[in-house]
Design a binder for this molecule. Sequence first.
Ligand code: GLN
Length: 391
Amino acid sequence: MTHALRPSRRTERFTESVIREMTRVAREHDAVNLAQGFPDFPAPERLKNAAIAAIHDDVNQYAVTWGAPRLRQGLARWYTSRYGMEVDPDAHLTVTCGATEAMAAVFLALLNPDDEVIVLEPFYENYGPDALLAGAQARFLPLDPPDYRLREERLEALISPRTRAVVLNTPNNPTGRVFDEEEMAAVARLAQRHDLVVITDEIYECILYEGTHRPMAALPGMAERTITISGASKTYSVTGWRLGSIVAPAQITGAIRKVHDFLTVGAPAPLQEAWAEALDPVDEDYLAALSQGYRARRDLLVEGLRHAGFQCTAPQGAYYILADFSALSEADDTRFSLELTRTAGVAPVPGSSFFHGDGGRSLVRFAFCKKEPTLEEGVRRLRDFARAGSD
Ligand code: GLN
């Protein structure tokens, strides 16, 4: 044991990802993995073929650090034609290793130690550690179930002279909320009034059941203070390809690109070509079928969960269900998740992973980005579990 190998202080303030931990536990117990949000079905042929072709064409070396030109052009077209945003591929776009790297790079490029960043709670677990790695302070704005609405006066009450940014994830993981026009306008208004940046995580932009996705950057006056993060992972079911994107004002793009360069140099070159292909032109039928397919899976799992005794609201977007299990067990979320994995053979994520303090103890999150037979098997196991519990 050497003192020299003590971990840095910054790593002591957060734990390993519980979501990925649950995937390991699910494997150990041969459970249906409804924990980590990754699809168990293939990516579209068009992407696979384009990736294979790029490898055959010897696209093996580093791409341009901030993204292959054809991909950045495709992304600029995507944002302009879909949402009316003015995006210059050379001044505003950075391609990253997934939205995960994008978020970390943005925090590191934007925040100084002691700056504050507001995070809506429940939240996707990365934002807390990202803030800590940047030395910044996360301030949490609790949203109340069952509707998880964002209330302007509560958000404003959290803003201090040190607040630099608000993180907004819509469609939301884990609540399934798609923030509506009024909520989006409230965030925009406060950002302008208090000179804040809005960092939006829009990775689920194409997985929608209700409402429409309107990027924060498309709201009047917001392009100059919004950093938009998204990626190919969820839209094209390629979470392992690690392809993310950042659209940011030119003023901060240089700093973001510097951080990204020294973190990863760049995203996988042949896979960037495949994403570029998917954007040239965009297959609208594929996108419509994506949401439609997920809607059927959502309904299957919501129904199955309710039948088994969970309380949950159907999500408006993304592919998660946050479910209250207090009618089924008095255990806390971690114990219940482990018990469900071991006994029922279905793995969820403990709810507390999406809260900073004591919240989420009677909640678990289920992901439904799985083949219908996988979900049917999960639902059958949950029903048996609930039945055994009530015998
Ligand atoms: N975003 C996915 C989830 O919430 C995957 C997380 C991850 O492991 N990067 O489950």
